[in-house]
Design a protein around this ligand. Structure first.
Ligand code: ADP
Ligand code: MG
Length: 340
């Protein structure tokens, strides 16, 4: 390992007939790290990944992988593997045939194929399923076949585009852990596209949040959660999102500022003793706690958590309290105001 980043994207731009795909994409990825490209639908995640893969050519910028400028190289020359949302398995081939398909194309000798197949099946917990057809597998198993295929490719860089979005919630959780463990065990570098902030926050070392074709913030999950650069980041990262309060509703802040507040920093105050007087909009029992959504004319996304079952009547008045040290301050443009 050197200090040189394993992957470098430098000022990448891609347009279609003048229409924006992505712009000013600059990113350095360390070898062995797990990077999530996160953002709402249409923000340019897949485009960025496809540019990195060599499935699209950038209009501007440079792409370096493992010290080599691959900006104009074919996908097959970039030494990477890909896993897609649609598993892209051949329905008429067995699990084993699907997994080793690429090796066969590359004329890897049969004994070596067999050895790699066995190892990949073990890692993905698919031993015993080698002769099944994809149609005879669950969604989670099919996704693991796609993973096994990426593993046998033996590349140090693996690109994944929403690989879990076809799975149900329980399966998603399970495969999420599988992928993370695999990445660690194999020491590979993963660039992972998702619109699901929980997925990105739980899996990635670095989360790259995108909006309208640009990167808005890149950093560790804790950084994005605790120090959002903009109100967009504040609302996109975390469940529930950060509440945003117009500074007009609070004492001690400049005009036109927006004040951010996380639910874990909100407490219910005795009547008349709080800092904001709200009413209950909805309450939702989550099991270990109840999330109470609050309404206030100068705020969005206000919630307070109560332990256990604590449903409230809609319209019930609730005063809330919080500490100044827990507040996030944004200017009129929605950019974080740095503490002085
Ligand atoms: P995401 O994966 O974040 O949902 P995409 O990268 O697929 O977003 O798309 C980013 C933008 O580029 C969108 O506005 C999309 O319509 C546009 N786009 C993507 N692929 C093409 C294409 N082949 N031709 C024209 N526009 C495209
Ligand atoms: Mg996409």
């Amino acid at each position: 390992m050197t200090d040189e980043p394993f992957v470098i994207l430098k000022d990448i731009a891609k347009r279609w007939n003048g229409q924006l795909g992505v712009e000013e994409i600059s990113l350095e990825i360390a070898e062995g790290s797990f990077v999530a490209l996160l953002g709402p639908s249409g923000c340019g995640k897949s485009t960025t990944l496809r540019l990195l893969a060599g499935l699209e050519a950038p209009d501007e910028g440079q792409i370096v992988i493992n010290g080599r400028d691959v900006t104009t190289s074919a996908a097959s020359d970039r030494n990477l593997s890909m896993v897609f949302q649609s598993y892209a398995l051949f329905p008429h081939l067995s699990v084993a045939e699907n997994v080793v398909f690429g090796l066969k194309v590359r004329r890897v000798p049969a004994p070596e194929r067999q050895e790699k197949l066995q190892r990949a099946l073990e890692i993905t917990d698919l031993v015993g399923y080698e002769n099944r057809k994809p149609g005879e597998l669950s969604g989670g198993q099919r996704q693991r076949v796609a993973l096994a295929r990426a593993i046998v490719a033996g590349q140090r860089l693996c690109l994944m585009d929403e690989p879990l979005s076809n799975l149900d919630a329980k399966m998603r959780n399970a495969v999420r852990k599988d992928i993370k463990k695999l990445q660690r065990d194999l020491g590979i570098t993963v660039v992972y596209v998702t619109h699901d902030q929980t997925e990105a926050m739980s899996m990635a070392d670095v989360v790259v949040l995108m909006k309208d074709g640009r990167i808005v913030q890149a950093g560790s999950p804790e950084d994005l959660y605790n120090k959002p650069d903009t109100t967009f980041v504040a609302e996109f990262v975390g469940a529930p999102p950060m509440a945003l309060i117009n500074s007009a509703a609070l004492k001690g802040f400049a005009e036109d500022q927006t004040i951010g507040l996380r639910t874990e920093n909100v407490t219910i105050a005795p009547k008349g003793k709080g800092r904001l007087s709200c009413v209950v909009r909805e309450s939702e029992f989550l099991g270990a706690e109840t999330m109470i959504g609050l309404e206030h004319e100068n705020a969005t996304g206000l919630t307070v958590m109560m332990p256990g079952l604590a449903l409230k009547e809609e319209g019930e008045p609730i005063d809330i309290a919080f500490n100044d040290s827990d507040l996030h301050v944004f200017d009129a443009q929605g950019n974080r105001v740095l503490a002085t």
